[in-house]
Write a protein of this length. Structure first.
Ligand code: ADP
Ligand code: MG
Length: 429
């Protein structure tokens, strides 16, 4: 990594000020927290909208984290405080664990309170971690940028509660905690997300990306040593949000579920054939042979839109496998070979899955024309962030290009982060 990239990475704090957080805890609740825990945001390297299609996804944990200072209570009360700017929302929330359930509470408290509820609902042994709490949060994960501040918030609470109850959180335990956090997000916060974000925050090792097989929730660590290869994964937060994102997500999911029923499979990803060829530059549809097999599969679907959606699922599944093959086989110099696969993924999301946005397309195109080896939107789509795989020396040029392309198009000024493959949730104090 170049000196310039280092400086930029260091410019914004990656971990919140823990002393200040503990002081805020004491101010709000009196006394000291029992401990302090951190859980990371994540970026998805590749494998978009596959987590509800039983496909493989490849997220990585970010250095940006949400930190919680927490103390158990011996009653059912939950007292929460967030140091983050939540716009209109109140930074403090109090209620009772027995009052938490589907749809209640509303607002940001749904995530942390929902985790405690889900731990209880899930039964032994993790229900022992479901107590009243006093908890204060601070975060460096940008909120609503598609970098999963919501999962970071949930997973910080989950590891804190499990730790204090002395429940195991080896990978097996963390797989359970991830399910509980998903339940909190789905049922209490009402956000219909899959399990990728929570797995990334709980199950990733430093220096690796996490290959999550969403059909059975098993994981493999995939080495992702960008720095050794002289590369940087640049996150470009477009800071553009589209209000219809939630509805579109539900719509994509419903289309895929209906198509799976028509095609007689539980999960669409099971219809993706093997990764074909060794081409470094597969087109958006993959190699010719796989594409022909896909068209045969797709011919059973009557609806044009459904065919496009399913095509994305099949080609994206093979692209994840291809990237994993390349990363596993790669000497440090070869990591750049995943670039064209990332770019093909973007084209598929833009054209077949139709989840990109003008802001995301502009950032991706600008990055590529300024020398990025590959670029794609990441996360659910309709706003949020894109990533670009960039040689360390080109970071500044890519940022400048993305910034001026956004200005020319009348889009908001993007924010930039360096995605360094970081560790999963852990105790700080
Ligand atoms: P993303 O996960 O991509 O950042 P989401 O819409 O899924 O976006 O989650 C953002 C929501 O999560 C916020 O609106 C807020 O309710 C909650 N949230 C995330 N981080 C915090 C935090 N540090 N403090 C309070 N609420 C938070
Ligand atoms: Mg989220």
């Amino acid at each position: 990594m170049s000196g310039a990239a280092h400086e930029r990475a260091g410019a914004a704090a990656q971990v919140p000020d823990v002393d200040a957080l503990v002081a805020a805890f004491t101010d709000a609740f009196g006394g000291e927290p029992e401990g302090v825990w951190a859980a990371p945001g994540r970026v998805n390297v590749i494998g978009e909208h596959l987590d509800y299609n039983g496909g493989p996804v490849l997220p990585m944990a970010l250095p940006q984290v949400t930190v919680v200072a927490l103390r158990r209570r011996d009653d059912e009360e939950i007292h929460l405080l967030s140091a983050s700017d939540l716009g209109e929302e109140d930074a403090r929330w109090s209620g009772s664990l027995s009052g938490v359930g589907p749809g209640t509470p509303q607002g940001w408290a749904a995530y942390p309170a929902g985790v405690l509820w889900a731990l209880r609902e899930g039964g032994p042994p993790y229900d022992a971690a479901a107590t009243g709490v006093d908890a204060a949060f601070a975060s460096t994960v940008p909120i609503g940028a598609g970098l999963s501040s919501s999962a970071a918030l949930e997973c910080a609470v989950a590891v804190a509660a499990a730790d204090l109850a002395e429940l195991p959180h080896d990978d097996q335990g963390r797989a359970v905690l991830a399910q509980r956090c998903v339940r909190a997000e789905n049922d209490v916060a009402g956000a219909p997300t899959g399990g990728m974000d929570q797995a990334a925050a709980l199950r990733t090792e430093e220096g690796s990306a996490l290959l999550l097989h969403t059909a059975d929730s098993t994981v493999e660590q995939v080495p992702f040593d960008l720095a050794r290869a002289g590369l940087v994964l640049l996150v470009m937060d477009t800071r553009a949000k589209h209000s219809h994102a939630g509805g579109e997500y539900g719509d994509r999911r419903a289309t895929c579920e209906a198509a799976a029923t028509t095609l007689g499979v539980e999960h669409l990803a099971s219809l993706a054939g093997p990764t074909g060829g060794t081409s470094d530059e597969p087109g958006p549809l993959g190699d010719d042979e796989s594409a022909a097999a896909d068209e045969e599969t797709l011919s059973a679907l009557e609806d044009d839109v459904a065919r496009c959606r399913v095509r994305h699922v099949l080609t994206e599944t093979r692209r994840v496998r291809r990237v994993v093959e390349l990363l596993r086989g790669a000497s440090a110099d070869d990591i750049g070979a995943i670039g064209p696969v990332l770019t093909a993924s973007h084209a598929s999301m833009r054209d077949d899955y139709e989840i990109s946005s003008p802001e995301l397309d502009t950032a991706v195109d600008a990055a590529l024309s300024a020398g990025a080896l590959g670029a794609r939107m990441t996360g659910g789509g309709f706003g949020g962030s894109a990533i670009a795989l960039v040689r360390s020396g080109d970071v500044e040029a890519v940022e400048t290009a993305a910034r001026s392309a956004a200005a020319d198009a009348g889009h908001p000024e993007p924010a930039f982060y360096l995605a360094v493959p970081s560790r999963s949730a852990h105790r700080l104090r």
